[in-house]
Design a protein around this ligand. Structure first.
Ligand code: SF4
Length: 248
């Protein structure tokens, strides 16, 4: 595993291989419960695990420059620690089995209320978790489709009946991804007035319900092609974007 620069250490010849680590350590995933959604979610650190959040020059794409997961309650020490824990935990022995055990009785599950898929191996493991939890509806929002090796795995996930892979546009001005390539997707608009009602397009109205989904399940619905979220949150300070991408 190649970690961010601050975690790197020179190879000593004695560092354990992933296989040895797996044999020694059992996975213990930490799920989070946000007040907004009907179920729990599994997350990693925002920005450090988000390969699709970066432009070629390393700066954040428009949508991510206002990332809610880099400010506010997401900066509480316990919240940060749980996401850090998950970054290495998914690589341990039995992670798929442990996740299935946690999730299988939930009706709805959301992946990544912060962070994203930073490895095709993680994507394959997520596929296995979704396959093994057929009674749970999964919502997987992602911007990692820009990595061809991860996109290949996302296509396999997309074909499962109990998941919506919701491909995120980088736009904050309502720009949509091509739905022939990305059949379920999302975008951000600046205000409710910018929403143009169309078949297959939903407006997120959680703001009218004190930030809660209530009975809405549009994000989990394969028949909803595009979900439009109304912009919220503040511009994130540049320092938050200095950390390197964790590549696995
Ligand atoms: S569109 Fe519906 S399901 Fe999706 S976040 Fe908004 S309220 Fe929740």
């Amino acid at each position: 595993m190649r970690m961010s620069a601050s975690h790197e250490r020179p190879y000593s010849g004695e560092m354990p291989t992933p296989a040895i680590l797996n044999a020694r350590q059992q996975a213990s995933p930490k799920l989070s419960k946000t007040s907004k959604m009907p179920g729990k979610s599994w997350s990693q650190s925002a920005w450090e695990t988000c390969p699709g959040a970066r432009k070629d020059d390393g700066s954040p794409v428009s949508a991510c420059s206002f990332c809610y997961a880099l400010t506010g309650a997401y900066q509480f020490p316990g919240t940060i620690a749980a996401r850090k824990h998950n970054e290495s935990d998914w690589q341990k022995n039995g992670w798929v089995r442990a996740m299935v055990k946690e999730i299988k009785k939930m009706t709805h599950f959301r992946w990544f209320d912060s962070g994203d898929i930073n490895s095709p191996i993680l994507a394959r493991k997520i596929w296995a978790v979704i396959l093994e939890t057929p009674n749970t509806q999964h919502w997987l929002p992602t911007r990692s489709y820009k990595d061809a090796t991860i996109l290949k795995q996302l296509r396999a996930i997309e074909n499962l009946p109990n998941v919506v892979v919701r491909y995120s546009s980088d736009s904050r001005e309502g720009g949509h991804l091509d739905s022939t390539l990305y059949p379920n997707n999302s975008t951000i608009i600046q205000s409710k007035d910018d929403f143009i009602p169309q078949k297959g397009v939903a407006l997120c109205r959680s703001g009218e319900r004190a930030g809660k989904c209530g009975s809405c399940r549009a994000c989990w619905s394969k028949s909803v092609r595009t979900v439009s979220y109304i912009h919220h949150g503040n511009k994130v300070g540049e320092k938050k974007f200095e950390k390197d991408l964790i590549v696995v």
